[in-house]
Every structure is written in C-alpha cells, then in structure tokens.
Design a protein around this ligand. Structure first.
Ligand code: G6P
Length: 491
C-alpha cells in the first residue's frame, strides 16, 4: 500500500467521481449511511483510505447538505476518518440531463454492446457540459497545490480532464474509464465525438481495463481527431499535451474489509439457507448485481430453465438466489429490465417449482457489502453472466470471499474479468444451453478440482489487487512527472 505514497511523495491526491462512497439517507428522521453498489466505489474507496486526500462526488442521498455537514466537507469513513468527502449538489435539471440523460441514456449504451439504442439530446449535452464545468470549478477551489494528482473516474466526466488541464497545467490528471470503449463505427454515433475525445486527451494518463479498449480508443482518435498517435509507446499527442493510453485492469482490496466480520463458510451456508427457506443439502448458486440490462439477469434465469430441462436430477435440489439492487429506475430501459427478469424468473419457477420449492429466488433490494460476502461464502456457484462489462468486480469479490478455497465461478466471456480469471467456467451468456451446461458442470465439479481452480484465481486476485492497480498508474505518472522536470531543466 505504501507504493501509493512512495511514488508521489507529498502529492495532493483528489478523486473525482459521480457516485459518492457514502450515501447519507434519511430514514425515520435519522441519517443512515449506505455504501452504494458501484464497482468504481468498491475499487477506489480502499485507495483513498490508504492514501488520504479529497474525494469530490455528487451528493445523492435523501439527507441533504444541512442535515449532515454545513460546509459539506465530511471526514470519512465515519468510524476511522482517513480522507475528505466533498459533495456537490445538482439540481433536478442537471441530474436529468447530465446523469440520467447524457451519461446513462447516451454514453452507457454507446459503450456497452447490449443492443439498447443510445439516445443523444442536445439539452442533455448542455447539462453534461455544465456539470463537468461545475466539478472542474470544485477541483480548482479544493486544490491546495498547483500540481495535484487528480484521479478522474468514468464516463460521467469525459470533458473534465481538458477543463482541469487548462486551469491547472501542471496537474497530473489520471483518468480511468470503468466501462468498455466501443469501436470507431459505434463511437461515431455520438454527435459530440470530437469534444469527448479532446476532453479525455486533457489527461496525462488515460486508463482502460483491457488492451482491446485502448485499441478501440486509439482507433477512434485516429479516425476523428487531428493528432499524432505513437502506437509503439501508446501515446497520443493532440495540441500541446501528450496522453499515455494504457490498460490497467482494475481490482479489489485484498483482503477485503467485508471479510473480517464473516463467520466460517459453513455457518454462512446455514444462515443464508435458513433466511431464504432453502433446505440444507440443496445446492446454491448466487448472482449479485445492479438491475442493469448489461448484466444478463434474465438470460441466466433462462439458463436455469435449460439446466433443469436437460438435467432434471437438479429439480428440488438446486436454487439460484439472485439479489439485484434497483438502479437508474427513472429510465424506461431499466424498469423494463426488471420486469423482464421478474417475468423470466416467474416462468421458470412456474414450470419447475413444486411442493414449496422454487428454483429461482429473486430479491430486488440493495445489500450492504457484508451481507453480499455472506451470500458469496454460502454459495456453491457464483454466476456472472454480463452481456458486456468493463471488468466486473463481483467475480473478483466472490473469489476474495472464499478463504475456504471452495466454490465455482461461472463467468461471462464478455466481462473484462474473464481475461484474468481463466480458471472460472467461462460462458457466452447469449448461448443459454451452454450456460445451463456450465451450471451443471459447476454444481457437479469434484472438490479437488474446485479447490485447484479457486486457489489459482485467489493467487491472481491477491497479487493483482487494487493497490497493484493504483501503484502501476501512479508509477507511470511519477515517471511522467520526473521526465517533465528533466525537460523543463533542459529548456
Ligand atoms: C458502473 C459505473 C460506475 C457506477 C456504477 C453504479 O460500475 O462504471 O461509474 O458508479 O456502475 O451506477 P450508478 O449510476 O448507480 O452510480
């Protein structure tokens, strides 16, 4: 962990993201904290706990500013303050245009192959520009030094790097894109493609999860922007700034904080089965996500149907427990995803359920990290069937939760995590029958093989953990800063 501070000694660290790490909600007149279901937060929060600094994010809970802290500089985590959380408040108009509109109806479907048509509206774009500017102003107001390390997160802030670069030319701006980057044909749908590209190229470093996404990005720049691309060194020079474009596969804290409070795996097995009325001795698969159309939730329910049809011996002896946090529900595509999944689950349950037993239990509710870990530890199989996903940290968290070295991961080939977790049973979520077969294989796998696969995956995640991810980016940033100092001294 010390690499964070060693590489950039004395540097001021700022994280910018839309989603805040602690949401303050008002429940029965009391302020309650919620930790959001967000891969971005899962990954970045341990980094900020380790290295301190300021995290600027959109204040999203139902407890407003005055109920929590008048000047909105909170010291978090509440139990052991390690960094400052500065929240920005957005009007309904800003929120609709920037977050629901441009980010989640435009960029999100543009970047994910899930066959949901991106919608681009000029009014959303205006709010997106305005909110990016609002965050840029906050960075300038919060920065105490002329050369902070600014960690810009995700597709909500494509314009921010350039806006910050113009006002803090010496800042080290590291932007990480947590979702896939599409090929140039798809990217060309975006009416503001040049602005998005040149905004991102204000970054010193631009990171993606995979080499494939870096190539798609460079190809998009090549096609639509006046620039010099050095493919060998993976840099882009546009105007007078140079950006290093590299893959940095994101990961999780190791060991995860949520593991510390967990009872032994067999106790988790019992408590989860008791809680959901699943008979002891029944094999359990779990799925944990936000109710997002990219996650392939209905598809995995169909796969359960296929499993039970092809292997009726599992009828009455297997349950899939799916928890899904409602998300972005103001958008029709998200409400439809939930209805589609509920309909699929009901159809499979009706066809195969008997004597009080049902194959699919769907719990459409947010779960805190500790509860998610208990589910993981109770499971025989964890099922991640994303239709497209930048990385997918659920897969890595499942592996991290299994210090008993048991459990089988069934993982979509279209999640970035499948590049690293090759001992998972890799599936194509569009191929329902093979997904059913993979479930059968996972449920029937001999203990020794389960252990061997889990051990290898745990080795991978423990080494390539979130500190390794941040360390590699900061090492690259430190090199750039040193090289720039040499260049200045030569000039
Ligand atoms: C993905 C995105 C994150 C986002 C998360 C949850 O992981 O890459 O930026 O925070 O989804 O989505 P939400 O819209 O609730 O923040």
């Amino acid at each position: 962990r010390s690499v964070l501070r060693d590489e950039l000694p004395g540097a001021e660290v700022m994280v910018i993201s839309n989603r805040e790490p602690y949401i303050h909600n008002l429940e029965d007149g009391k302020v309650m904290l919620q930790r959001p279901a967000s891969g971005l937060v899962t990954a970045l929060e341990p980094i900020m706990r380790a290295c301190g600094g300021t995290w600027i994010a959109h204040g999203s809970g139902s407890a407003d500013q005055s109920m929590v802290d008048e000047n909105d500089h909170l010291q978090v985590p509440p139990e052991a303050p390690a960094y400052t959380l500065r929240r920005l408040w957005l009007s309904d108009e800003e929120q609709d245009g920037y977050y629901y509109g441009f980010a989640n109806e435009g960029m999100w479907p543009l970047c994910h192959i899930a066959f949901v048509r991106p919608t681009f509206r000029a009014s959303d774009w205006e709010q997106y520009v305005a909110v990016n500017r609002k965050f840029a102003d906050a960075i300038i107001a919060e920065a105490r030094t002329p050369n902070p390390v600014v960690l810009v997160q995700d597709y909500h802030f494509a314009l921010l790097p350039k806006m910050v670069r113009e006002r803090l030319p010496e800042a080290t701006i590291i932007t990480f894109w947590h979702i896939p980057w599409p090929n140039p044909e798809v990217f060309s749908i975006c009416p503001w493609k040049e602005e998005i590209l040149s905004g991102l190229l204000g970054s010193s470093i631009l990171g993606f999860h995979t080499q494939f996404h870096c190539i798609n990005f460079l190809d998009s720049v090549d096609r639509f922007l006046e620039s010099h691309i050095d493919r060998e060194h993976s840099t882009v020079r546009a105007g007078n700034s140079t950006t290093l474009v590299r893959p940095y596969p994101i990961s999780i804290e190791w060991p995860p904080t949520a593991l510390a409070s967990q009872p032994p795996a067999d106790e988790c097995c019992e408590s989860v089965r008791r809680k959901y009325g699943i008979p002891i001795g029944t094999k359990l698969a779990v799925g944990v996500e936000r109710f997002d159309y990219t996650k392939g939730i209905a598809d995995r329910f169909h796969a359960v149907g296929s499993l039970l049809e092809a292997h009726p011996e599992w009828i009455g002896r297997f349950t899939l427990l799916q928890v899904a946090a409602p998300t972005r529900s103001r958008l029709a595509a998200y409400r439809e995803t939930q209805v589609e999944a509920e309909t699929a689950a009901a159809a499979v349950n009706e066809r195969f359920g008997r004597n009080g037993w049902v194959p699919i239990i769907l719990v459409p509710k947010h779960h805190e990290p500790e509860d998610v870990f208990t589910l993981f530890r109770a499971a025989d199989v964890c099922l991640v069937s994303s239709l497209h996903d930048g990385m997918n940290l659920v897969a890595k968290e499942f592996v991290a939760s299994r210090d008993d070295e048991d459990g089988v991961l069934v993982l979509s080939t279209f999640a970035g995590a499948s590049r690293e977790l090759q001992e998972a049973l890799i599936v194509n979520p569009y191929d329902i029958r093979s997904m059913g077969e993979a479930l059968h294989m996972g449920l029937s796998m001999p203990a020794e093989q389960r252990r061997e696969r889990m051990r290898l995956m745990r080795e991978m995640v423990s080494e390539h953990n979130i500190y390794f991810w941040a360390g590699r980016m900061l090492l690259d940033a430190a090199r750039m800063r040193k090289r720039r100092n040499i260049e200045y001294s030569i000039e």
